[in-house]
Design a protein around this ligand. Structure first.
Ligand code: HEM
Length: 425
């Protein structure tokens, strides 16, 4: 049963509002047939109809776009809006609907406001700032691996590495104390989950934003340090350019956008390497391939599998259809990233492919602002674990792994391995 959209009255059934009769293949999302590939029906149906209508998980209709050319064209189209306060804006999870509506930041805004707000944050991701972060990320990766090795030969790479590493990096960037990391991981997972009940989602978002983040911003205002949040407070909030609510909303955006996506890419990426042992071994022997391997992992795992979400601001004629003003649009870049015309043999995982034209960071004005940091972080994280644990092997079959199918961001619950360190002693 689809769960209700908290923005839609429960009395309105999907069927009552649906402008067409949706068959089972016109639902979104559909289950994956293979944990490493987007559902095959998206591309199959997309061959006849690269833009078609679907019913979302919460019963609301949307245009669903799967071809690389059309996804790219719509991401660059100024007639689309990312305004999440629009009542038809696609819902990724009950909590994200509320977070984006009540704590809106530039990711869900249009120009000119989007441009002004994004420009404030752009210097935080300059090449210089990212390089300053590199030794800190390296130290985090090394510490986590030391801890795993000290705990014995069995490890869970999600619990011990893929979940804590991005959390510690984003918290270091923002200036969140280490004692809060575990709570943040819990909030982040609940925010992304489609199964968080709407009432729980509302209470949790208030607790996270009005409670935790507001207290953090006030504490930093009283005692600023050398971090992103303190800079925003001192340079923008104190002179009155940004309100306290806006700083809280930006902190909320960075803690969610910069966290689950990197955890998912790291977890599913490690699984992809472990279950493609030839590619894992190649990366170990040829560490200079790391840049290309990170791009291929981003293309292949593409964890933001709920798609790029927009609303049409005016009628848009594209791909033989007319998207009407106010219609919801979901651009499924994970399917576009498997298009054979763009990526030869697209379902093959090949770390030497260097697919720089992938869409995993989006495109156009909303392309990921954190991508320089994410690329560095993933390169350090993959390289360090592959080099330091050369005998690491999975202990479960791929079929036995538990992937996050019901989350806005794809990921893994656990990735059990033997580190192989005992054999080396
Ligand atoms: C592997 C990791 C990551 C992936 C796959 C990813 C993916 C994406 C994608 C696809 C978008 C475009 C959204 C859209 O078009 O609607 C985006 C935007 C964004 N990302 Fe990332 N991201 C990652 C890491 C990060 C990190 C580390 C940060 C911050 C520290 C971050 C912050 C943001 C922000 C703030 C936006 C909104 C940009 C805007 O609307 O102008 N992301 N990300």
């Amino acid at each position: 049963m689809p769960e209700p959209n908290p923005t839609v009255p429960a009395s309105e059934t999907p069927e009552a509002r649906c402008p067409f009769h949706a068959g089972p293949e016109d639902r979104f999302p559909l289950p994956r047939q293979h944990p490493f590939h987007p559902p095959g029906q998206y591309a199959e149906r997309g061959r006849e109809a690269p833009i078609r209508q679907v019913l979302q998980w919460n019963g609301s209709p949307a245009w669903f776009v799967t071809s690389y050319a059309l996804v790219k064209a719509l991401l660059m189209d100024a007639r689309t809006s990312a305004d999440a306060t629009h009542p038809s804006y696609p819902a990724q999870s009950p909590a994200l609907v509320l977070a984006r509506r009540d704590y809106q930041a530039f990711a869900q805004m249009d120009p000119p406001e989007h441009t002004v707000e994004r420009k404030l944050l752009t210097p935080e991701f300059s090449a210089k700032r990212v390089e300053e972060m590199r030794p800190k990320v390296q130290a985090i990766a090394d510490r986590l691996i030391d801890r795993m090795m000290a705990a014995g030969d069995a490890a869970d790479l999600v619990r011990d590495y893929a979940a804590p590493l991005p959390c510690q990096v984003i918290c270091t960037l923002l200036g969140v104390p280490e004692s809060d990391h575990a709570a943040l991981q819990g909030w982040s997972a609940e925010i992304s989950s489609r199964s968080t009940a709407p009432e729980r989602a509302a209470a949790m978002i208030r607790e996270f934003c009005d409670g935790y983040l507001t207290t953090l911003v006030r504490r930093k205002n009283a005692q600023p340090e050398d971090d992103l949040l303190s800079r925003l407070i001192v340079e923008q909030m104190r002179p009155g350019h940004l309100s306290e609510l806006k700083v809280v909303s930006l902190a909320r955006l960075f803690l969610t956008a910069g966290h689950e996506s990197t955890t998912g890419t790291l977890g599913v990426g490690l699984a992809t390497l472990l279950y493609h042992p030839d590619q894992l071994e190649r990366l170990r022997c040829e560490p200079e391939l790391i840049g290309s391997a990170v791009e291929e992992i981003l293309r292949f795992t593409d964890v933001t599998h709920a798609g790029r979400l927009r609303i049409a601001k005016e009628d848009i004629e594209i791909g033989g259809v007319t998207i009407r003003a106010g219609d919801a649009i979901i651009m499924h870049q994970a399917t576009a990233n498997r298009e054979a015309a763009i990526f030869a043999d697209p379902h093959r995982f090949d770390i030497s492919r260097n697919p720089r034209q992938h869409l995993a960071f989006g495109m156009g004005i909303h392309r990921c602002i954190g991508q320089p940091l994410a690329r560095m972080e993933l390169a350090v994280a993959f390289n360090t674990i592959v080099q330091r644990l050369p005998a690491m092997r999975p202990t479960e079959t791929l079929e036995a792994l538990d992937f996050h199918h019901g989350m806005a961001i794809y990921g893994l619950r656990a990735l059990p391995v033997r580190l192989g360190t005992l054999a080396a002693i």
